[in-house]
Design a protein around this ligand. Structure first.
Ligand code: SF4
Ligand code: SF4
Length: 423
């Protein structure tokens, strides 16, 4: 258990957290009787699904909705499908959730399904997309995306999380092995690794180019890594992948190495959990575990109007339910007491200029926000550089009028994507 005040966030310079130098084993959360899996494929009432309520599932078995579905998930347990239903995210995008009723005896008594894994990226992508850390295998396997550099992130991108740093401290050999696998299955030849500048790594790292990253937020966000360490400026509206750079978490690389060694998928995700008093816990939980199970293990009670945040305090999102499941990329879960939640408001901008001064992308945020509030997204893009925003959330954090600028920005980008898709 690591004690840290959540309120240290009020420092003007926001420092990343560091794990204890010799971290203890995480607390293991037992596999629950019901797991919830999210599948990024919407249900179509007009079509018959491949999987149905009551179907038996194997531990490590792939689950797809339709024969031509490109998306799949993997069951971490043996059991039966209890529910298949529609799930909507905070922007109204629909996907599907499955509740798997665990057969505890069968899950404990049988090994994971063995995969016919070959040394090709297509084979890895066929079975391993949902490994802990969510390796970007779909991107690497896409013939239309040319990746020449992989950056492995041992520096956690958001505040309060120490999940990826923990993986680096404990599993550097696994990272080395995972890079070996990536060299075998992809044509990528340049590998870089981000390590926080104050982290003591025992062994010399000679298998990748090391980027020592600053302890001050937002140094570990991909656009900042590109700028500071690869001398590349991310053009507006582009992604690192558009520039041939793929980011991959330390946990994803370790999981990949493990999967190639055992020919099975592991399902245990490492998470940093922050309680209401700012106490930090490290846990492992099976992908699909409802958050309630993890919070109960530490006697953290979520009351009405408390806030449950998935991800870090700057870039995370709130969920309305304690049943939200652990996902392959869930690194951090934060519970904020209702009395400590900074209030947002619909007050008008007072033109204090703090957001402009803090913005690492030099965006005129004070004007941008007026266009976003009015729903003028195309003007926000054309005239006020909306697409140059790297989504660090600093403007919202410093805003005197407590305007939810970050949420406006994400909504604006989402609406523009929809407009483009319609066009
Ligand atoms: S989130 Fe705000 S501060 Fe950060 S890059 Fe975007 S506009 Fe600038
Ligand atoms: S920080 Fe908030 S109040 Fe100040 S200029 Fe920016 S949007 Fe306006």
């Amino acid at each position: 258990m690591i004690k840290r005040s959540f309120f240290a966030l009020t420092r003007p310079r926001l420092g990343y957290d560091t794990p204890e130098p010799d971290p203890k084993e995480p607390k293991a959360i037992p596999v629950p009787s019901n797991l919830i899996l999210l599948l990024h494929d919407p249900l179509d009432d007009a079509r018959e699904t491949l999987i149905k309520k009551g179907d038996k599932v194997e531990k490590g078995g792939k689950l797809r909705l339709y024969k031509d579905s490109k998306e799949y998930t993997v069951s971490p347990v043996a059991g039966a499908i209890k529910v298949i239903d529609t799930y909507s995210d905070d922007f109204g995008n629909t996907s599907t959730y499955l509740v798997i009723n665990t057969d505890q005896g069968l899950t404990a008594g049988t090994g994971d399904m063995k995969y016919d894994l070959k040394d090709t990226i297509a084979s890895a992508d066929e079975y391993l997309r949902t490994l802990p850390g969510a390796p970007p295998l779909k991107t690497l396997a896409d013939p239309d995306i040319k990746i020449d550099t992989i950056v492995i992130t041992c520096a956690d991108p958001d505040l309060l999380s120490t999940t990826q740093q923990y993986m680096a401290l404990k599993f550097m050999d696994g990272i080395k092995e995972g890079i070996g696998v990536l060299k075998r299955i992809t044509s990528v030849r340049k590998f870089c690794i981000t390590i926080p500048e104050n982290m003591n790594v025992k062994d010399e790292i000679d298998f990748a180019q090391v980027f020592r990253t600053s302890m001050i937020y937002p140094a570990n966000l991909p656009p900042m890594i590109l700028k500071e360490h690869l001398n590349m400026i991310l053009p507006a509206g582009k992604t690192p992948e558009d520039m041939g750079i793929c980011f991959m978490s330390a946990e994803a690389v370790v999981s990949l190495a493990q999967a190639y060694k055992t020919k099975t998928a592991c399902h245990e995700k490492v998470l940093t959990v922050i309680g209401k008093q700012g106490t930090s816990y490290r846990v492992t939980a099976s992908i699909g575990t409802p958050l309630r199970r993890i919070l109960n293990a530490f006697s953290i009670h979520v009351n009405d109007h408390d806030r449950l945040v998935i991800g870090g305090p700057m870039k995370g999102f709130s969920t309305y339910t304690v049943h939200h499941p652990v996902q392959p990329d869930t690194d951090t879960v934060i519970v904020q007491d209702r009395d400590n939640i900074p209030e947002l408001s619909d007050n008008p901008c007072v033109n204090c200029g703090k957001c402009v001064r803090v913005c690492p992308a030099h965006i005129p945020v004070n004007i941008l926000v007026r266009y976003l509030e009015a729903g003028l997204y195309e003007d926000a893009m054309d005239k006020y550089d909306l697409l140059s925003c790297i989504e660090c959330g600093l403007c919202a954090y410093v805003c005197t009028a407590r305007i939810p600028i970050y949420q406006y920005i994400r909504l604006g980008k989402h609406e523009l994507l929809k407009l483009n898709a319609d066009a």
